[in-house]
Design a protein around this ligand. Structure first.
Ligand code: GDP
Ligand code: MN
Length: 398
């Protein structure tokens, strides 16, 4: 689950990370009031208006703008609220902006000492350890830095039992070229950032840019957080921050009925039991010349009701030209699943307009195949993986 910048900053602040302060607004009037209140708190009259959407690169798309007085706050807020913000990370339609963050301007123009860094904390799955990635090249697209100047990106791997060690925080500050007060501030920043990451059971914290201000304080100017869905039950307060307007509507619907569904761009829908088999099925579809339209794990109980829910979710995507059902009957018997598919198909009447290829392997696979074959429905059966792939290919080439 992703968070908005303003939510992420709230987490950071609660762990003692210095942030660029701001207030959320949903109208230009609220924005002006927020700017006035901020001026009283911070003393600065300049503000940055920042679109709150789940996408990076907002600055490039015109979603982050500097306002030098209250008139400009009003003007810019009006422009940004309600706009469809297109950034390098959104689709061509962009993302509708429902709210903005009115933030204090932390960049004093003309100050030579200002520096921007990049820093993220994430789980490195290859090592099974958390890792801090950081760079002197902040404020830019980190993928570009990685491609063009990889030697400017550093990493620090955190031992799960020891946690972040003081020498590691110092090494980070050193590699970023800091000294004196800024060095000390950076070690504190890294420490607090790592605690925030661990404390909220996150999968990613990305701060780009981290700013060294002219007074040598270290400030989180931006904040992108992805929380681990599997740990959300421990963070009801954070889960309440979910903004479903930012999420894929079909994924939201699937979650509501307990299906593990991720929308993708392809043309072959898949319904599979088990995440590993789902991955293998997506590979199979690619080999057959198709592209998976989704990842869908129906889990252990593939009865008629569940199969029907899954069909309905898959068919919401009009790019789907065929559906491949790939079920391994280990605990659940194949004939029960086959009956579920037949019943679901009949229940749905003419809602299913695309061919369905069903591969059932495991307990009672032969009985299941007979059940499908004698149903008289537009469902093709297979027992072998390859056979299913060939049938998908044949359907796509028609
Ligand atoms: P992103 O484009 O979605 O990554 O959004 P950011 O929060 O990183 O903001 C984009 C850019 O706006 C930053 O890289 C900064 O260059 C600029 N920016 C952010 N905050 C301030 C600020 O307080 N003052 C000024 N002048 N620029 C800012
Ligand atoms: Mn950023």
């Amino acid at each position: 689950m992703n968070l908005h910048e303003y939510q992420g900053k709230e987490i950071l602040a609660s762990y003692g990370v210095t942030i660029q302060r701001g207030k959320v607004a949903t109208t230009s009037e609220e924005a002006v009031a927020a700017a006035q209140a901020l001026t009283e708190e911070t003393g600065t009259g300049w503000h940055v208006i920042k679109a709150q959407v789940h996408a990076g690169g907002r600055g490039k798309g015109g979603g982050v703008k500097l306002a030098k007085n209250l008139d400009q706050v009003k003007e810019i807020s009006k422009q940004i609220i309600g706009m469809d913000l297109v950034t390098p990370q959104t689709t061509a339609q962009g993302k509708r902006v429902h709210q903005i963050l009115v933030a204090e301007d932390v960049y004093e123009p003309g100050e030579a000492e200002i520096e921007e860094f990049y820093m993220s904390v994430l789980l490195d799955r290859a090592q099974g350890k958390n890792m801090i990635i950081y760079s002197t090249e902040g404020g830019m697209d980190i993928e570009t830095v990685a491609e063009e100047t990889p030697h400017l990106i550093f990493t620090e791997t955190i031992h799960p039992a020891h946690g972040l060690q003081a020498f590691q925080a110092r090494r980070i500050a050193f590699n970023l070229g800091l000294s004196g007060k800024a060095f000390k501030e950076m070690t504190k920043f890294v420490d607090a950032l790592y605690n925030a990451y661990i404390g909220s059971d996150a999968a990613l914290f990305e701060i780009n840019p981290v700013l060294k201000a002219s007074n040598n304080t270290i400030i989180a100017v931006d904040c992108k957080i992805t929380l681990d869905e599997n740990a959300l039950y421990r963070h009801k307060d954070l889960e309440a921050w979910r903004d479903i307007r930012e999420e894929n509507p079909t994924e939201v619907e699937a979650r509501a009925v307990g299906l593990n569904y991720v929308a993708l761009d392809g043309n072959v829908g898949c319904m599979v039991n088990g995440a590993g088999l789902a991955m293998a099925t997506m590979d199979l579809i690619k080999q057959a010349g198709g592209e998976p339209a989704n990842f869908l794990d129906v889990g252990g109980t593939a009865d008629a009701k569940r199969v029907e829910e899954a069909f309905r979710i898959i068919l919401k995507d009009d790019k789907v030209e065929a559906i491949l059902v790939n079920i391994f009957g280990g605990i659940v018997r194949c004939d029960r699943v086959a009956q579920g598919i037949v019943d679901a198909y009949k229940n749905m009447g003419d809602a299913i307009k695309v061919p369905i290829i069903v591969r059932l392997q495991g307990t009672n696979a032969e009985i299941a195949k007979d059940l499908i074959d004698s149903s008289g429905l537009d469902v093709q059966s297979a027992i072998e993986f390859q056979e299913a792939a060939d049938k998908v290919q044949a359907v796509l080439n028609k």
